[in-house]
Design a protein. Structure first.
Length: 367
């Protein structure tokens, strides 16, 4: 928690510094570079005890060291011919990395670098003010920090592919898009849920799509368990079936649903008055995130499906909030309230953090 708050404070100081120089493209690009550097350090320099599974991934990394290349390649045969095991591409990725460097900490740093560089490029392209960038950074620290920065390494690697895939979507390079997503599916099969986005992102009546997604939530909820089971039948995740057959629900799912619906409402209002304010593909992504979010009520781990699309909140929310200045509302007050809510959420979550050179106790499950 302390590092998140510190980075938000430093980001605010830098915001004021660059605003004093002028809200130019050069200053925005430099600001993004600093923000991404903070996130790379935060994720790449974390202690193995940080997060729910960083240490579990450390064990996997060490086990790959003693595995032969034949063992690694046989994993593909087991997964795709014998139907045993899953996602053998991650072991191959680690083995290739270990051929160059055997240190897990540098592996974490490399993953962080590969994730935040394309994320930064996306923010540079879509956000048009320093204040939007600061809001996006705060939203990341509040909502996505626990998912991409300190846990879920395979998911993070798969999301790297989707961020690269956006470039190919905008350039209408279908073959390259498919190749990138299919390669990522060897690391995390859930990324296959992103394949249809190439075609869905080309849709034009995005306001209608967003409106339908929000209205459809009450009708989707009763079928969320069946949909989760359907996903498991397509092997999006080997764990989905067991979760889908349970009665598990969380307050976190409710909170996230409220948040994504709020985002959808703000984006819809923005697109009605200023159609060019937010890119159409971002609006479609938010609509898909809304549609998939009820799955989290069945199984919190299904958030991995939602995250491929909900990450576009980093663009949509700052844009939509910025649009409030055109509606006779005190924009500065809206910003202040929003930032206070985000900071309060960070404090409430109280996520433990330590750098790799500091002492930190492992979770009891590993002791």
């Amino acid at each position: 928690m302390w590092l998140q708050l510190l980075l938000v404070f430093i980001a605010f100081i830098l915001l004021k510094k660059y605003q004093a120089k002028g809200d130019t493209k050069k200053n925005r690009d430099n600001y993004v570079s600093w923000l991404m550097l903070f996130l790379i350090i935060q994720s790449g320099f974390r202690n193995v005890a940080v997060g729910t599974d960083t240490f579990a991934y450390y064990r996997i990394f060490e086990s790959v060291k003693v595995s032969s290349w034949n063992d690694i390649l046989y994993g593909f045969y087991e997964a795709y011919i014998l139907g045993k095991g899953k996602d053998p591409g991650y072991a191959l990725l680690q083995k290739i990395f270990q051929f160059v460097c055997p240190y897990y900490q540098l592996f974490l740093l490399c993953i962080a670098f590969c994730f935040f560089i394309p994320l930064g490029s996306l923010l540079k392209r879509e956000l048009s003010s320093l204040k939007e960038l600061f809001l996006s950074f705060c939203i990341y620290q509040t909502i996505f920090y626990g998912f991409f920065s300190i846990t879920g390494i395979r998911q993070t690697v798969a999301t790297i592919a989707t961020l690269i895939g956006i470039k190919y979507i905008l350039e209408s390079k279908l073959v390259k898009f498919i190749v990138v997503i299919l390669l990522a599916s060897f690391i995390h099969k859930s990324v296959l849920i992103f394949l249809p986005f190439y075609f869905l992102s080309k849709l034009t009546k995005v306001k209608l799509i967003l409106l339908i997604s929000m209205i459809s939530i009450p009708f989707i909820m009763p079928f969320s368990r069946s949909f989760a089971i359907l996903l498991s039948s397509f092997s999006v995740s080997s764990n989905y079936m067991s979760y889908a057959e349970s009665d598990y629900q969380t307050s976190g799912a409710v909170n996230f649903l409220i948040l994504i619906l709020l985002c959808g409402i703000l984006v819809y209002l923005s697109k009605r008055k200023f159609p060019l304010l937010i890119s159409d593909y971002v609006v479609v992504a938010i609509a898909l995130a809304i549609i998939f979010t009820p799955l989290v009520w069945v199984d919190p781990s299904l958030m991995r499906v939602v995250q491929y699309y909900s990450i576009f909140m980093l663009i949509a929310l700052p844009k939509a909030i910025e649009n409030l200045k055109y509606r006779g509302i005190n924009r500065e007050m809206i910003y202040l309230i929003f930032i206070i809510v985000l900071i309060s959420t960070i404090i409430k979550n109280n996520t433990s953090y330590a750098f790799f050179w500091q002492d930190m106790v492992l979770e009891s499950v590993y002791l």
